[in-house]
Design a protein around this ligand. Structure first.
Ligand SMILES: [Zn+2]
Length: 223
C-alpha cells in the first residue's frame, strides 16, 4: 500500500536507473540546488533534465550524498555548464578529491569512471545546509559507504536517504566486501533513520516512498 507521496513545493526528483543515482532538484527564491549527479555516461541526460526544469535559471549549488561514481559522475559536466556552481561533498574523502586520487576514491580499483571535479565546501554532519528555501540537516550515514551523509528536512519530514535506505533494503555494503565489519554501522544508520521519523523518503535509486516502517524492517532483515 505505497501511495505516491506529494513532495513539498520546490523539490523535484529525477528518478534514474540503477547505474545512475536519482537527482533531486531543490529550488527557492534565492537559489537552486541539485543533490547527486548520476553516472558520467548519463551526464548529458542529467544536464538536460536540470536545464529544462530550471528553464534558463542558473544552478547555484551541487551536493553529493557520497562519492560513488553513480552519485557524482555528472559533477564535472555540471561544473562546466554552471561555472559559479558551489559544490559540497561529505568530508571523508575530501582530501583525495582535492588532489584527485582515483585509487583512493576507489574509481580505478572498481573499474568505474568519474571525471575529475572540484569542490568548495564539506558537508559536515551535525550542520544544516540551505537548499532552495528549505534548511536540511546533515547526518552521517556510514554503512553502504563509510563516508555517506543523508539529508533531512524536519518541517516536511523529507529524508534524502542516498543508498542507506531504499524501498526494499539498502545498497551493497562496500566496506563489508573489503572485509571490514560494516553491518553494525548499517544497523546504527537504520536506527538513526528511524529516530528521525521521516514521512517521505527520496532514495538514491528507485521511487520515492512512504512505507518507511516496512523498508526499515526489510533493511534490518538484510543486516
Ligand atoms: Zn548509488
Amino acid at each position: 500500500m505505497s501511495s505516491r507521496p506529494t513532495l513539498p513545493q520546490g523539490i523535484r526528483v529525477f528518478e534514474r536507473g540503477w547505474l545512475s543515482s536519482n537527482n533531486i532538484l531543490a529550488w527557492g527564491r534565492e537559489s537552486a540546488a541539485l543533490i547527486d549527479s548520476g553516472y558520467c555516461t548519463h551526464a548529458g541526460q542529467t544536464l538536460s533534465l536540470v536545464e529544462s526544469a530550471l528553464a534558463g535559471r542558473e544552478l547555484d549549488v551541487l551536493v553529493n550524498t557520497h562519492l560513488h561514481s553513480d552519485h557524482c559522475g555528472g559533477n564535472a559536466a555540471l561544473q562546466d555548464r554552471y561555472p559559479d556552481l558551489r559544490t559540497h561533498i561529505p568530508p571523508g574523502l575530501a582530501k583525495h578529491v582535492r588532489t584527485w586520487d582515483p585509487d583512493a576514491l576507489t574509481y580505478s580499483p572498481t573499474g568505474q569512471s568519474c571525471p575529475p571535479f572540484r569542490f568548495d565546501t564539506v558537508l559536515a554532519p551535525g550542520t544544516e545546509i540551505a537548499l532552495g528555501d528549505l534548511s536540511w540537516q546533515v547526518h552521517a550515514a556510514p554503512g553502504h559507504d563509510p563516508h555517506s551523509v543523508i539529508l533531512f528536512e524536519p518541517t516536511s519530514g523529507v529524508l534524502v536517504s542516498a543508498d542507506a535506505l531504499w524501498e526494499s533494503g539498502f545498497g551493497v555494503v562496500f566496506p563489508e566486501l573489503e572485509g571490514s565489519d560494516a553491518f553494525e554501522e548499517v544497523g546504527r544508520t537504520i536506527d538513526l533513520i528511524e529516530s528521525l521519523s521521516p514521512r517521505i523518503v527520496i532514495p538514491g535509486h528507485g521511487p520515492i516512498f512512504t512505507c518507511i516502517d516496512q523498508s526499515i524492517a526489510a533493511a534490518r532483515k538484510r543486516g
